[in-house]
Ligand binder design. Sequence first.
Ligand code: SF4
Length: 358
Amino acid sequence: MSVSSLLIGWYRRHRRDLPWRQTRDPYAIWVSEVILQQTRVEQGLPYYQRFMQAFPCLSDLAGARTSEVLGLWQGLGYYSRARNMHQAAMQVMERYGGAMPSDYASLIALKGVGEYTAAAVASMSSSEAVPVVDGNVIRVLARLHGLEDDPGRAGMRRRLAELMKELMLGHDPGEMNQAVMEFGALQCVPRAPRCGDCPLSHHCKALALDRVEVLPFRRPAKTPRERHINYIVLTDPSSPRDLFLRKQDHQGIWKDLWTFPMVESPVAIQEEELSANPDFHRLMQGVEYHRPSLVLCLRHILSHQRLEACFFSVGLKHPSSTLPQELLRFSPGKLPPMPRLMHRYLEKGTGQGPARKP
Ligand code: SF4
């Protein structure tokens, strides 16, 4: 039997039953694809369900406030995905009267939609023969064909796309894209692939040449940037559970999310050093406060950064101190969208726990 038929047969027997596989609606497929970027299916599934419940149609998403969209995204990370999706929904309203396109050319012209997402949505919603080349596809094809090249190189990407197109011949392109991705996710996994019961084992070059462990080619990982961030958790004696937060309005991964005000330092600092920090002074100008007290430190890993985040509690001396304009007060029951790091602090510290050094 051909490799393509073996793959489709395997997929029909083993595929996971997921809601976006029961539909040809390009909007629903697009939402699932964006949520699943950099996210495991088990983690992404409840987000998908909540998102589709809140915004069942594209017009619902386009008409939502950014804070609502980001609120539903909390904890998933890579918030630019949610912001782009929101803007792309507005583009679809303008360009297509709210009808989500299902062809590759129109999809890739939308904000934040890249080759991978456009190919996935077009092939799964309208069976357009555009190959998906993601991490799972790269791994399966590199092992199957014994390809040693760097998948980051344009020539190798073209070769992988051609191989996917060959697999699609005589099959539904959307089903083949999903079959190879699912095969990579469940069978030909990165570590300890299940070669013993693999239906492709007789066709697999990497297995024959004992190259399974080293394929696909991987570039050495870049060392993430280390940052020391000191968050200032202000407490008002008249309502100690309220939080004072600042909206991140700079272009960055946390744009439009809310965090405690912070000062950055080149190395980890203690309470006295924070008190002497000029940025801290600027923040607290004209405000009377008690000595900062370190509550806890958390390590937080982002895609290209490793944060050592220390949270300092700073009590205000007077209940209605005039604080910098950009700091807004929130009660614990009505918090705005915040990055996961802030939630980690609220879960672990809430300003009362013992200090924990990084
Ligand atoms: S034999 Fe092993 S390495 Fe080759 S395709 Fe199957 S699972 Fe992947």
